[in-house]
Ligand binder design. Structure first.
Ligand SMILES: C[S@@+](CC[C@H](N)C(=O)[O-])C[C@H]1O[C@@H](n2cnc3c(N)ncnc32)[C@H](O)[C@@H]1O
Length: 202
């Protein structure tokens, strides 16, 4: 099974932020779940959490394997981990029709093309309940510059691999969010020069 060491390191600090910000019985859509480690960990730790993992078609088989192997036992009381949904943010028809208290996405904005970001943020706004939250975790630049040498190096590595990738500027994400009806409400520092950007639906 695909396994991300970064997920093992960041899952506890991310969970602490989610627990601070979301209602106790939150219904959450995760975009770009990848290995599914976050989904499994959160549902094992959080009674009453309802989590919908998702990813693009190419990543779905790996994700489904983890959910099937690890997500069917050992969950916290009344936690619910759904079968993964196929969701490419660029495919309007793949966004779910149900509403969520939050949309969470980790380490996806620097992987998807910049042209996909309005669709990530607009799609999230459309599935959020009023006052629902969009939470974006990862490394972000600020006002056109890297905030840490490690993020500058990571950005250069991504762009060399694929010019469509790259660490995004939080200022640009805030503008996209405002346009989609989401107000920035927090920007939290997390370990290893990562951040959690939080937006609330108007
Ligand atoms: C670096 S991985 C992060 C996975 C996981 N969230 C984590 O933190 O380990 C980036 C993820 O973004 C997903 N992704 C890339 N483009 C996407 C798109 N257009 N729509 C949805 N997910 C996308 C990839 O399939 C991949 O699972």
């Amino acid at each position: 099974m695909r396994c991300s060491e970064a997920c093992e390191r960041n899952k506890a600090p991310i969970l602490a932020v989610l627990r601070d910000w979301l209602p106790s019985r939150a219904r959450v859509l995760e975009v770009g779940s990848g290995s599914g480690q976050h989904a499994v960990h959160f549902c094992r730790q959080w009674p009453g959490l309802s989590w919908q993992p998702s990813d693009c078609a190419a990543a779905l088989a790996d994700l489904a394997e983890r959910i099937a192997l690890e997500g069917r036992s050992g969950l916290a009381p009344e936690a619910a981990l759904a079968d993964p949904l196929e969701l490419d943010v660029d495919r309007q028809d793949q966004w779910p029709r149900e509403r969520f208290d939050a949309v969470f996405s980790a380490n996806t904005t620097h992987i998807m093309a910049a042209s996909s970001l309005p669709r990530l943020i607009g799609g999230a706004a459309a599935v959020l309940e009023p006052a629902g939250l969009l939470l974006l975790y990862g490394p972000f630049h600020e006002n056109g510059a890297a905030t840490a040498a490690s993020n500058a190096a990571f950005d250069a590595m991504l762009r060399a691999r694929d010019p469509a990738m790259g660490v995004r500027d939080a200022r640009d994400l805030r503008v996209l969010a405002q346009d989609a009806g989401l107000d920035p409400c927090a920007d939290l520092p997390l370990p290893a020069q990562n951040r959690m950007l939080i937006f609330r639906r108007r």
